[in-house]
Ligand binder design. Structure first.
Ligand code: THU
Length: 147
């Protein structure tokens, strides 16, 4: 059922997809499963689960798989995002993954949080992004010659 005031987004279907992906997580080190799902502006649903590694720092968050599916599947803009733990509860994407999601959804991306649906601008205020790079390049009249 669509959340009142946000017609067109089937949040329950997205949450169910995230719960399904949660069960596929590869978490031999933390034991903490994450499943993520998102609606794309062309109607696709992309998803991911966390994939850990013996080199702990190499771990892929669920959002990494989701974004990889987005780009590999032809790109597009993320419209609505949710992720959950193994209890099926909504969780917040980690700081790094907010940045990852921002790149592909911008300030308007709707994020399903434990405090309700918020915009990316609310969960990652004043985000650094592609516009910052473009602004300096435009001011300089082209790419930095040092590059
Ligand atoms: N994790 C995610 O997959 N996404 C997040 O946004 C938060 C953390 C994973 C990484 C690691 O496999 C486990 O949760 C515990 O940190």
């Amino acid at each position: 059922m669509a959340t009142p005031g946000r017609p067109g987004i089937d949040w329950e279907a997205l949450r169910e997809r995230a719960r399904q992906l949660n069960q596929r997580a590869y978490v031999p080190y933390s034991g903490y499963r994450v499943g993520a799902a998102a609606l794309v502006d062309d109607g696709r649903v992309v998803s991911g689960c966390n994939v850990e590694n013996a080199g702990y720092g190499v771990t892929l968050c669920a959002e990494c798989g989701l974004v990889s599916e987005l780009v590999a599947g032809g790109g597009g803009r993320l419209v609505a995002f949710t992720c959950c733990n193994s209890l099926g509860e909504r969780i917040m994407p980690c700081g790094r993954c907010r940045q990852l999601l921002f790149e592909h959804g911008g300030n308007e991306l709707l994020v399903d949080t434990p405090r309700g649906v918020l915009t990316m601008a609310e969960v990652l205020p004043q985000a650094f992004g592609p516009a910052d790079l473009a602004e300096v390049e435009a001011a300089r009249g082209g790419p930095d010659p040092a590059v």
